[in-house]
Design a protein around this ligand. Structure first.
Ligand code: ASP
Length: 342
């Protein structure tokens, strides 16, 4: 007899499971068991669903690496017993979490699908039901007895994206996420249309490795015309700083003024890793294409290529936690590890 997939639903918090506080009117997380009562449709799905919840569900604006480790540990300890995982998460930092988990779960061979909603599940016009039900269906997809999706994805408003390619682009629209540098993995219409060529193909012979060492001694610096010497210098002289995500203009460009380049050069000399990504929503860094990026290349700035900020940040935390030698760090960072850049 054909067995049906086992799916673990992990509730971390977010609007999907929130209710309005009667006194203040503000949205806050509520008991996960109520969430299941609100969706009797879940019983109609062709899979076994088990659930687990954060003891205290959070608004994802309170997300931090400790919670990423908690999610990774839930996946790790249930990995052999389930065919797929669906993580209910607030949309505010969902792209950061799905990026982080993609790096933390090395050799992942099963679907880990993040989803949430813009309106609570109890709202009449909620987007939560479609997002949740289709995420579970996608996590249940099998081919030749094996899961179709073998990576961390993010499902929202009829599309499954590679998690580490996404960015939250809208605080109001149901279509809250975009993946501007990579096509969607699955599109939900009358049928689920899987984009097989775009799926991540992990080495299926290697066991899952869960990385829990994340180094938070990093900062993001977004360039703007008028950025000051003193402020840049003081950020780069922060005690314990190990890495910077530098959000530059266009294809990785910045001012060519000497003070700017000298400060970065000094930081690199001290062992601080500087990663260049573009502030544009789409497209890639290409250092050397313009004169305004040639100096960055020359002083040893790392190219984040077409990574999102969310992927660049979590990859930096992950690689800094790996104790990689300074010589190798640039080469490894510039390599696509989980399909996060090309
Ligand atoms: N503030 C909420 C959160 O990120 C928003 C959402 O769930 O969409 O938890």
């Amino acid at each position: 007899m054909k067995s049906i997939p086992n799916i673990l639903l992990i509730y971390t918090g977010g609007t999907i499971g929130m209710i309005k506080d009667v006194e203040t009117g503000a949205l806050r997380a509520f008991d996960f068991n109520n969430l299941l009562l609100k969706i009797p449709e879940l019983k109609l799905l062709d899979c076994n669903i088990e659930t687990i919840s954060f003891e205290e569900p959070i608004d994802s604006s309170n997300m931090k690496p400790e919670y990423w480790i908690q999610i990774a540990e839930i996946v790790e300890s249930n990995y052999d017993d389930f065919d797929g995982f669906v993580i209910l998460h607030g949309s505010d930092t969902m792209s950061y979490s799905s990026s982080a988990l993609s790096f933390m779960l090395e050799n992942l061979n099963k679907p880990v699908i993040f989803t949430g909603s813009q309106l609570p599940i109890g709202d009449l016009r909620t987007d939560a039901k479609e997002n949740l039900i289709t995420s579970i269906q996608i996590a249940s997809l099998q081919r030749y007895g094996k899961p179709v999706i073998k990576e961390v994805g993010l499902y929202f408003e009829y599309k499954l994206y590679r998690g580490n390619r996404t960015t939250k682009i809208n605080a109001e629209h149901f279509e809250a996420f975009a993946s501007l540098n990579y096509p969607e993995l699955v599109e939900s219409g009358v049928h689920l249309k899987v984009n097989y060529d775009q799926l991540f193909k992990p080495n299926t012979r290697k066991p899952l490795i869960v990385h829990k060492n994340l180094d938070q001694n990093i900062a993001i610096i977004k360039l703007f015309p008028g950025i000051s010497n003193t402020i840049l210098e003081s950020i780069l002289n922060t005690k314990g700083l190990k890495g910077i995500i530098l959000e530059t203009y266009g294809a990785g460009n910045c001012t060519t003024e000497n003070w700017f380049i000298d400060i970065l050069k000094e930081a690199i000399k001290k062992g601080i890793h500087i990663v260049n990504i573009t502030q544009c929503s789409g497209g890639s860094v290409s250092m050397g294409q313009y004169e305004t990026s040639s100096k960055l290349k020359k002083i040893g700035v790392i190219s984040g290529k077409n990574s999102t900020t969310e992927a660049a940040v979590s990859k930096l935390m992950y690689l800094l936690g790996q104790n990689i030698s300074t010589n190798l760090f640039k080469t490894i960072y510039e390599t696509s590890l989980r399909g996060e850049m090309n």
